[in-house]
Unconditional design. Structure first.
Length: 144
């Protein structure tokens, strides 16, 4: 039972952060068993995650979108501590109920696996206009 995550270590959110910023995580079930997955975060009030749980058939994939909500400018920035955890487990072949009920049951007899991803925040790189060159052309450069 293997769940591959792309990206596999960092979720990158790109600024500006005064509007919603979205990072996408691809989940790929490379095994032969049906998997159930669930996504948790250390900052649930700051993120909207869709879908936050689901089933993945063998050799199937799904995209998860994590949307960072804008924060008021007067609040301290706690983004450096944000993380996500993806949990997954093979689903018994006789299970027919929905995914929410699956995660509510006692899973001690099953081998629940997890992996953690840290959040990385890339500020938007503004562009600046350089003066005209000797031919009257302007070039746009990224500000470093």
């Amino acid at each position: 039972m293997t769940l591959e995550l792309i990206p596999n270590s960092d979720l990158v959110f790109k600024g500006p952060f005064n509007v919603v910023s979205t990072a996408t995580l691809k989940l790929y079930n490379s095994g032969n068993d049906r998997l159930a997955y669930k996504i948790k975060t250390t900052a649930p009030k700051r993120y909207c995650v869709k879908p936050k749980s689901g089933f993945l058939d063998a050799h199937a994939s799904a995209n998860m979108h994590a949307m960072l909500q804008p924060e008021a400018a007067d609040k301290p920035d706690d983004r450096t501590t944000h993380k996500f955890m993806v949990q997954w487990v093979a689903v018994p072949s006789n299970y027919t109920d929905d995914v929410d009920n699956f995660w509510k049951q006692d899973l001690k007899s099953l081998c629940v696996q997890d992996t953690k991803l840290k959040c990385v925040f890339a500020d938007e790189q503004p562009t600046s206009v350089t003066p005209n060159d000797s031919h009257g052309h302007r070039e746009l450069d990224a500000v470093s």
